[in-house]
Design a protein around this ligand. Structure first.
Ligand code: FCB
Length: 488
């Protein structure tokens, strides 16, 4: 219907279109949905241990049962098919595939992912595998976890096992999901597993996650067919200074260094930024940590960068005379209430939640952050295709007595953020797809089951899935490849 695009068409019709071939997806992660934590040879990950430790998660919630996706995956693929998803991003549980974190794979564990991939392909849905979404085998944590160099090599071996099993059918691969969270929430502020609070350990973890990524890229390239595409998903912080004062801009620079460039520097430019090394020299002996050859490994080319975005980060300097309160300052950054700031060495940086609408996580709603972020990455790394690998929102969803779930705030959030993606594309960013977080409500880490991000509402007592209004809205977006007219 070319007539739709004639000059007399309203200006906002064609501009709401997404490029042909744009990949429409939804995302989940193993520990958040699978349940079945002790079947078919799976052993505990750091998240099993952490969530079973009193006081670590809201209400003591664990992923023991989660949404029983391990059992119900066929039904869940049908939901994806109802949405018309082009792709589904899921993660493989390391302790299900390689329980001790070393040695041969457990075939029963791999079989689950083989069946899932087959089911997706039968429904015409492209599988997008994330190799690590935070569930380190506990045995590897017991011998040092990510702060130990050995873990990087273990990760690459595990990546090879999964690539051997699924490489013939999966084209889209992601090494790590949000290594910032693994390093700085897991070992810095301690709000994520394994719950350590040691900035030195956090920075060491960051380097070994980088190294694990690079080694995994090498392992994957050796196994996967040429057309496979390899990515990493980063939760890049869209950092904004509170004011344009020199002190606030300096605070924002430091957060950008330890929040973003600690990963993008080595992965995409082949070096840790000088300012990061200087800022953290009192915490880490970088020349001892980074071995010869590490940077070349970490910088192995990737085909796509996954960008996860939820909200912007506003930073300022501590006012003169005010004593740093690292824990209080950090909680305003929206990464949970830890014992200290996750941003290593930044106890004296304050965070501010912009006024205005927020999600149930308390995260400010600001789609401009997503377009600014995509355009910044595009400017700094021209030629690198991008994919939004997570974006979405939790709200206080409640079914009506008739069983409907009306979630206009989520539709509004999604419309705004998809519009931001479209604007970034119009301004030149090469964004190839969008994965909504999340397919269904699930175990939201330290927040437990109280925070609902899904397109499908999950009644945890009965495990019933109900399409929220946003599910129907997203299906319509996918069908049209464009944002529906909000006035319609
Ligand atoms: C991201 C995580 C994802 C989910 C969303 C809300 O940081 O990658 O698992 O918890 O936040």
């Amino acid at each position: 219907m070319t007539s739709v695009r004639t000059e007399s068409a309203p200006a906002d019709v064609s501009v709401r279109d997404f490029p042909a071939g744009f990949l429409w997806g939804a995302a989940t992660a193993a520990y958040q949905i699978e349940g079945a934590v002790d079947v078919d040879g799976r052993t505990p990950s750091i998240w099993d241990t952490f969530s079973r430790t009193p006081g670590r998660t809201a209400g003591g919630d664990t992923g023991d049962r989660a949404t029983e996706h391990y059992r119900r995956y066929r039904q869940d693929v049908r939901l994806m098919s109802e949405l018309g998803l082009g792709a589904y991003r899921f993660s493989v549980s390391w302790p299900r595939v390689q329980p001790t974190g070393r040695g041969p794979a457990v075939e029963r564990g791999l079989d689950f992912y083989r069946r899932l991939v087959d089911e997706l392909l039968e429904h015409g849905i492209e599988p997008a595998v994330t190799l690590y979404h935070w569930d380190l085998p506990q045995e590897l944590e017991d011998v040092g976890g990510w702060p130990a160099r050995n873990t990087a090599g273990r990760f690459a071996d595990y990546a090879a096992l999964v690539a051997d099993a699924l490489g013939d059918r999966v084209r889209l691969w992601t090494t790590l999901n949000e290594p910032w969270c693994s390093a700085f929430l897991g070992y810095g502020s301690g709000v994520h597993a394994p719950g350590r609070t040691d900035w030195t350990a956090a920075l060491r973890a960051a380097h070994h996650l980088n190294l694990g990524h690079g080694l995994a890229v090498e392992a994957l390239r050796a196994i996967l067919p040429r057309e496979a595409r390899i990515a990493v998903s980063l939760n890049l912080h869209e950092v904004r200074p509170l004011t344009q004062s020199a002190a606030d801009r300096e605070a924002a620079r430091r957060i950008d260094a330890v929040g973003n460039r600690v990963f993008t520097g080595p992965m995409l430019n082949g070096a840790y930024p000088e300012d990061l090394l200087a800022d953290t020299a009192h915490l880490v002996d970088w020349p001892e940590l980074v071995h010869d050859g590490d940077l070349a490994t970490i910088a192995r080319p990737i085909d796509l960068l996954g960008v996860n975005y939820y909200n912007p980060t506003v930073a300022s300097a501590l006012p003169d005379g005010q004593a740093p309160d690292s824990a209080a300052a950090a909680s305003d950054a929206g990464h949970g209430d830890g014992a200290q700031s996750p941003f290593a060495g930044c106890a004296d940086v304050l965070f501010h939640r912009a006024p205005g609408r927020r999600t149930a996580m308390g995260w400010p709603i600001d789609p401009s952050g997503l377009s600014d972020l995509l355009l910044r990455v595009h400017r700094e790394h021209p030629g690198l295709p991008l994919m939004v690998t997570e974006n979405g929102a939790a709200f206080e969803d409640r079914p009506t007595p008739e069983g409907a779930v009306h979630d206009p705030e989520r539709i509004d959030y999604l419309r705004g953020h998809l519009d931001a993606v479209r604007r970034a594309i119009a301004a030149g960013a090469d964004v190839r797809g969008y994965f909504l977080w999340s397919l269904m409500d699930n175990f939201e880490w330290a927040y437990g089951y109280g925070k609902r991000f899904g397109l499908y509402y999950v009644d945890y007592a009965t495990q019933t899935r109900t399409a929220k209004d946003s599910a129907r809205w997203y299906a319509e977006v996918i069908r049209r490849g464009a944002l529906p007219d909000p006035r319609a």
